[in-house]
Design a protein around this ligand. Structure first.
Ligand code: IMP
Length: 429
């Protein structure tokens, strides 16, 4: 029995999905613990590219059970769309290989309307949310007026709860100068969704407990990234859940003594979507080059929203911080191949703040906005890395880049991705 927790070590979009898919080859269960359809996980398998928003990446492996944990907020309409799209391309999804926690919360149309209205009301200072209703759904959950997936088992009370939730939301929408919603408008679609999803609903924490007792290997799939954590991120420019290690345990209902590995997944450079500090951002041709033109699906444009991502040099101060708050045991690095062709590469090793050199980010968003990155410059490489499968296939400059990360963060790198395909991986140790 063992649990591996996979965590995004930056601001999300690190490429966690492909590492979950890789680790899932030796696991029985992949369990997602937080967020909703604000996430976008891309897994490529030959000709086919799967874009997952809600369903854990384990669903692409035969014999693996996917669990959607209690820490998630789930839009049932988006979920059914995803199930239908995956089924249409031959992915087998049944109540035997997909289990949805009865304690997860539901995203309703009024959560989406509230998200949009709230962003609009912030004028020139929006959070830059994905407008999927994530924040309002977690707000209702902690305000003890959310609707849990388990309520779908009693369709009559579910419909009443949906109607009451829209009526409550309407008062807030009017306050925010947004149009109120008709409580009956989407009810039928939600009731139909309840009938379809009922067979998938389970007490997943009890299931996980029993499977762990029976010796199962479980991979916990994170969404978003540690720097978007509601507590540990640059508040308020964060998501409304805990995409950090504690969120994995509470978002699935499992204990820490099962955990044998906490893998941080970090992109070889920095990206961020939405507002908030990003000290190494390059608003110039370097950022443009890292972003790509958008013609490839792996270019830096949101999988969920299509928004161009902010891009910059690798920030090892932030990585040191996420390693500390999560207790990473090791790191996986993604998209090293994208750095080919630069004459030199910069990595941020410290910040300067008020004349002081800092090895960790300062503790407030305002201070993080005012730091100046201190860079080390490393030689670049020109070789195409896409065919590399072992460390010795990488040019010495690429190996030196990885070594620099290991030294600065104090953790071993166990795998490096050099292209979007499943097999485009360099495994270390
Ligand atoms: P929300 O999660 O939609 O409320 O968005 C809050 C912040 O988190 C915004 O800055 C979003 O851009 C960011 N965010 C949410 N999900 C993701 C993700 O999967 N990848 C990257 N950023 C995300």
């Amino acid at each position: 029995m063992s649990v591996t927790i996979l965590i995004g070590a930056q601001w999300g979009d690190e490429g966690k999905g492909r590492f979950v898919d890789w680790l899932a080859a030796d696991a029985q269960i992949v369990a997602r613990y937080s967020g909703g359809d604000n996430a976008g996980h891309t897994v490529a398998d030959g000709e086919r590219v799967y874009k997952l928003h809600l369903i854990p990446s384990g669903v692409l492996r035969d014999g693996v059970v996917s669990v959607m944990g209690n820490g998630m907020v789930i839009n049932p309409i988006s979920l059914l769309k995803e199930i239908d799209e995956l089924t249409a391309v031959g992915v087998n999804i049944t109540p035997e290989n997909l289990l949805i926690s009865n304690r997860a919360h539901i995203i309703t149309p009024s959560h989406i309307a509230r998200d949009k209205a709230s962003e609009k009301s912030r004028g020139n200072d929006p959070i830059g949310t994905t407008l999927r209703g994530i924040g309002p759904a977690y707000l209702d959950k902690t305000g003890r007026q959310g609707i849990r997936i388990g309520q779908m088992l009693d369709v009559e009370t579910f419909a009443e709860a949906m109607r009451a939730s829209t009526e409550r939301a309407n008062a807030e929408l009017v306050n925010l100068n947004a149009a109120p919603l008709n409580p009956d408008a989407d009810l039928q679609a939600y009731v139909e969704a309840a009938y379809r999803l009922r067979p998938f609903i389970k007490d997943t924490s009890l299931y996980l407990h029993q499977q762990l007792q029976a010796g199962a290997q479980v991979i916990c799939e994170g969404a978003q990234g540690a720097l978007l954590d509601i507590d540990h991120g640059s508040y308020p420019y964060v998501t409304s859940s805990s995409p950090t290690v504690g969120g994995a345990l509470s978002g699935l209902g499992i204990g820490p003594l099962h955990v044998t590995r906490v893998m941080g997944v970090a992109k070889a450079f920095a990206t961020r979507v939405g507002g908030g500090p990003m000290p190494t951002e390059q608003k110039n041709e370097i950022g443009d080059r890292l972003r790509g033109t958008g013609t490839n699906y792996w270019d830096e444009y949101g999988t969920t929203t299509g928004r161009p991502r902010r891009c910059g040099w690798l920030d090892l101060v932030m990585l040191r911080y996420t390693a500390a708050i999560n207790g990473f045991s090791d790191i996986a690095v993604t998209k090293l191949d994208i750095l080919s062709g630069f004459d030199e590469l910069k990595v941020c090793v410290a910040y300067e703040y008020d004349g002081e050199r800092l090895g960790y980010p300062p503790d407030t968003t305002e201070r993080q906005d005012r730091v100046t990155p201190i860079y080390d410059t490393l030689p670049g490489w020109q070789e195409n890395l896409s065919g590399a499968r072992t460390l010795t296939d990488l040019p010495p400059q690429a190996r030196a880049y990885l070594q620099k990360i290991e030294q600065e963060v104090g953790l071993p790198i166990k795998a490096v991705s050099v292209g979007p395909e499943r097999e485009q991986l360099v495994r270390l140790a």
